[in-house]
Design a binder for this molecule. Structure first.
Ligand SMILES: [Zn+2]
Length: 139
């Protein structure tokens, strides 16, 4: 994966809104797009309803992947929020990073955080931060 991840500005807003709407638990979802630009978010339910962990049910993930295929989109990333701590991958996030070729966005719903949206590549227990590049709409 490249050292940067390209995403439309409104997707960043959508993830932040989702995280702030559910400040008690980790919110989560999937991101998809075309030509390595993220153009659509698919919010999901955190079945753990926990402030320190998240899990998307296999059934919901299956439905999301199906919708992506229907819309001709490819799965590019996952996102979740860290309501309490820093928006950096936790030990659990690293242990459960099942998609080495995808990006992991971590959102902080807290006000005043310098970078409320960060993105990482997690592969073989190695975390690498990705630069978030805003892609203009219409691409
Ligand atoms: Zn996490």
């Amino acid at each position: 994966m490249a050292d940067e991840i390209r995403v439309r500005a409104e997707i960043l807003e959508e993830m932040l809104r989702h995280a702030r709407r559910e400040p008690e638990v980790e919110c989560c979802g999937a991101l998809a797009g075309r030509d390595v630009v993220i153009t659509k978010s698919f919010p999901a339910i955190n079945v753990l309803a926990s402030p320190v962990a998240y899990e998307i049910s296999p059934q919901e993930l299956f439905r999301i992947f199906h919708r992506m295929r229907e819309e001709g989109l490819e799965h590019i990333a996952l996102y979740h929020s860290h309501p309490l701590g820093e928006n950096f991958p936790s030990a659990r996030d690293i242990a459960q990073a099942y998609y080495p070729n995808e990006a992991y966005f971590i959102i902080s719903p807290q006000v005043g955080v310098p970078r409320p949206v960060r993105a990482f590549s997690i592969r073989d227990d190695m975390v690498r931060e990705l630069r978030i590049e805003i892609a203009a709409a219409g691409l």
